[in-house]
Design a protein around this ligand. Structure first.
Ligand code: CAA
Length: 302
């Protein structure tokens, strides 16, 4: 049934095969939701060990979501098992970038290193077909700084997902001055096909969410540094006083203190005097306490 979903999409001129490059925190989630929604997925990592850890994460997450659906009575066990098997069966893990040649949408989710991404886009640009949407999941780099390296700037957009991709509803779809409108429409459609809600945005630092969120997280860290309240109480305040699902300091830990630091540090350099880099944030990163992923940041994570 799922394969025929892909075939139907292809027949309607829609994306059918998705390539995801990088199976880390974001990439594994993008590959997973694409497969769960019936896309054939080529999942590329440059090293076998990262491919294995990404696929393990996908297996755990897809299993967890299916088990929950069973527990809530939304699916019986047999359908849940079939869903897990067909989603996993639709993902082809590989270390061969060449496998992207047949993809209709490619989402790059490698680390936020501009020169690494530019090199990757040079290779990807040579492989893809002329209808392919080339998308970066970058949260802090300019799409326009990568697009020319593809040799196909009209085909490039940003597709910015949120962590955890499996649960977060939003996708920011980012266009540059060169993005072709048909390519942009296909990117919007892909986000909708994933069951997400896309918003349209121009190529500007932080797009919409991070431009608002990162300064807010940093304000909370500065407040903590001033001794206004404990980290736990600042979090409780925003959970119960503003109905946020997570307090800002827990969220900084959840996003990753290295990611938060790199974004605010980059903006501070780009726009001197407009942003404040919390000293405690720089110190945590220097200590290797990066939040949830290392087990400790401002909070301890078990
Ligand atoms: N796969 C499968 N299941 C997952 C999961 C994943 N990746 N992540 C969480 N879950 C599960 C949890 O284990 C939990 O399962 P159980 O009920 O069996 O324990 C379930 O989903 C729901 O989790 P919670 O009970 O903790 O429920 P919640 O309602 O608090 O939802 C949350 C969790 C969605 C993470 C919520 O706390 C939330 O929305 N937090 C804010 C997240 C956020 O703001 N993300 C954006 C960060 S910014 C960003 O990503 C952009 C950037 O570029 C930096």
């Amino acid at each position: 049934r799922q394969t025929s979903t892909a075939a139907r999409r292809l027949h309607r001129g829609m994306a059918s095969k998705v390539g995801v490059v990088g199976l880390g925190l974001m990439g594994h989630g993008i590959a997973q939701v694409s497969a769960e929604k019936g896309f054939d997925v080529v999942a590329v990592e440059l090293e076998e060990r990262f491919l294995d850890s990404g696929m393990t994460r996908i297996q755990q997450s897809v299993g967890k979501i299916a088990a929950k659906a069973v527990a809530k009575g939304k699916m019986d066990q047999a359908s849940a098992d079939a869903h897990v098997a067909s989603a996993l069966g639709r993902i082809t893990p590989t270390t061969d970038l060449g496998a992207l040649a047949s993809c209709d949408v490619i989402v790059e989710a490698v680390i936020e290193d501009l020169s690494l991404k530019q090199k990757l886009y040079t290779d990807i640009g040579k492989l893809v077909h002329s209808e392919c949407v080339i998308a970066s999941n970058t949260s802090s780099l300019s799409i326009g700084a990568m697009a020319p390296f593809t040799g196909r700037p009209k085909q490039m957009v940003g597709l910015h997902f949120f962590n955890p991709v499996q649960l977060m509803q939003l996708v920011e779809v980012v266009k540059t001055e060169d993005t072709d409108s048909a390519v942009f429409d296909r990117a919007m459609q892909y986000a909708k096909d994933l069951g997400k809600t896309p918003i349209e945005c121009i190529d500007t630092p932080g797009f919409v969410v991070n431009r608002l969120l990162i300064p807010y997280l940093c304000e909370a860290l500065l407040m903590y540094e001033r001794g206004v309240a404990s980290a736990a109480d600042i979090d409780t305040a925003m959970r119960l006083g503003a109905s946020h699902p997570m307090g800002p300091i827990a969220l900084a830990d959840y996003v990753g203190l290295d990611t938060t630091y790199n974004i605010i540090k980059g903006w501070d350099k780009q726009f001197p005097g407009q942003f404040k880099v919390p000293a405690s944030l720089a110190a945590k990163v220097a200590e290797g306490k990066l939040g949830r992923k290392t087990g400790e940041g401002y909070h301890k994570w078990v």
